[in-house]
Design a protein around this ligand. Structure first.
Ligand code: ZN
Length: 188
């Protein structure tokens, strides 16, 4: 009877220990699962944040409709082709002033007519690619030099102007270079 009781107690203890091990095991599994879920959520948040930030930058790296239309309207000869301006609105004034100088020299000083082919941001700077309606550049060689000078000056100025808002800026980022002011740099 005694041995049965001891046996019974021993069995009970063994079962309890087993249950405890199972519980501990389940707890461990649950903890690991919970941790994995938290980690996945965190990774998801980071991915969403990066995608949103890239989306914002890409969207804002095209000039808005109002500014684009103003350039088309005020400089119809330069924007004979309604090209997309693939840069932020912070450079609107810079591009507008450049077009003003170019068109003034064509209208008043008989410089060749510049036609914008591609305007975009590259490595944090403005790129203003153009063709001219005057094919023979022999006679106009010097005038082409002036056009190149004006375009080059605007392009070099872009490295000091925030592409998003137009305030003073500088190049940011390691592989994805953008010229931004301190405020816009926090945003993007
Ligand atoms: Zn800015």
């Amino acid at each position: 009877m005694m041995s049965f009781a001891r046996g019974s107690n021993g069995l009970k203890l063994e079962t309890l220990a087993k249950l405890e091990r199972v519980e501990q095991g389940s707890f461990g599994v649950a903890l690991r699962r919970g941790f994995t879920i938290l980690l996945l959520l965190e990774i998801r948040n980071v991915v969403v944040k990066v995608v949103r930030s890239i989306k914002n930058v890409v969207e804002e790296l095209n000039m808005n409709e109002k500014n684009t239309e103003k350039l088309y309207k005020d400089f119809p000869k330069i924007f004979k082709e309604h090209i997309l301006l693939r840069c932020g609105d912070g450079w609107f004034t810079l591009i507008y002033e450049l077009c003003g100088v170019l068109q003034f020299n064509t209208d008043k000083n008989n410089y060749p007519q510049v036609v914008a082919e591609q305007i975009k941001e590259k490595f944090g700077g403005l790129r203003f690619y153009y063709t001219s309606e005057v094919v023979d550049c022999g006679e106009n060689k010097e005038k082409y030099g002036h056009i190149r000078g004006a375009v080059g000056f605007a392009e070099s100025m872009s490295y000091h102007i925030c592409e998003m808002c137009g305030n003073a800026g500088k190049a940011r980022g390691k592989c994805f270079l953008l010229t931004l002011c301190d405020e816009c740099n926090k945003k993007y």
